[in-house]
Write a protein that binds this ligand. Structure first.
Ligand code: COA
Length: 254
């Protein structure tokens, strides 16, 4: 069974993260499959809406750490960068259904979704600093904008997780539902959108996003360069080594 499932029905293309045994952590191949699906959906007039979903116990543990260590992203051309560019510039409505942990890119990709439905077990976290890294996906711009600077500092400097109700309060999610219902709710809303005029949806989204699209892409490029640099530094090596060895990282010397 593939780690990414793609399904199209009634004008809705659904991307399902399907690697529960590794907590839906995302490999280069998965980023490529998702970027390809988004690019295909953007240019296919038969697709009006895209939904990204996981499993009712896990949305995503973020980047696959083993994959990261074996071939670190070197900046703008990596599959991860292509995916992030793809979601940031996707022209049609993009929905997500999120249950369980959403770590790193599992949370930051949601900043580029138009509508997000969360199970009440959803736990969002952006622990980039704890990994010796820095934010990606323009989250260093979008998270402070969304939740205010001080709460953003809790999320991005301390790397503290926040739960579905807090995500609802700050506006990261639209609705909190039982985990068994999250994917179904997202599908129902996607169908509702797919029944609307496609060109009006695209134009409305473009108008809402255009004000800061260039800032988002600029921030993403700057973050990508910093992320790639930090990945080669001792703190990240210690953090990832500790994860692989199942121990706590020791940053006292870095
Ligand atoms: N990359 C690679 N493998 C991962 C992974 C990741 N990001 N996240 C989890 N896994 C693996 C674990 O190593 C474990 O493998 P094992 O069965 O061989 O020991 C398996 O998936 C199950 O994970 P586990 O940690 O036991 O599950 P959990 O339910 O206790 O916790 C998480 C789930 C998501 C909270 C936890 O796995 C986690 O914090 N993962 C790391 C997230 C992270 O730092 N991501 C950022 C990457 S940039």
């Amino acid at each position: 069974m593939s780690d990414i499932l793609i399904h199209t029905e009634a004008g809705v293309l659904t991307i399902t993260l399907n690697r529960p045994e590794r907590k839906n952590s995302i490999t280069r191949a998965m980023y490529t499959a998702m970027a390809d699906a988004l690019a295909g959906a953007d240019s296919d007039p038969a697709i009006k809406v895209v939904v990204v979903q996981g499993h009712e116990t896990i949305f995503s543990a973020g980047n696959d750490i083993g994959d990261f260590l074996s071939r670190p992203p070197a900046g703008g051309e990596s599959p991860a960068a292509r995916f992030l560019q793809g979601i940031a510039t996707f022209s049609k409505p993009l929905l997500a259904a999120v249950c369980g942990p959403a770590v790193g890119v599992g949370t930051t990709m949601l900043l580029h979704c138009d509508l997000v439905y969360a199970g009440d077990n959803a736990a969002f976290s952006t622990p980039f600093v704890n990994l010796g890294l820095c934010p990606e996906a323009a989250s260093s711009l979008l998270i402070p904008q969304m939740m205010g600077y001080h709460r953003a500092a809790e999320a991005l400097l301390l790397g503290e997780p926040f739960m579905a109700e807090a995500a609802l309060e700050i506006g990261l999610v639209n609705r909190v539902v039982p985990p068994t219902e999250a994917n179904g709710v997202a599908q129902a809303i996607a169908r509702k959108l797919a029944a609307k005029p496609g060109s009006s949806l695209i134009e409305t989204k473009r108008l809402m996003k255009k004000g800061q699209m260039h800032l988002v892409l600029q921030q993403m490029a700057e973050e990508g360069a910093s992320f790639a640099r930090l990945l080669r530094e001792p703190a990240a090596k210690e953090a990832f080594g500790a994860f692989m060895e199942k121990r706590k990282p020791d940053f006292t010397r870095v």
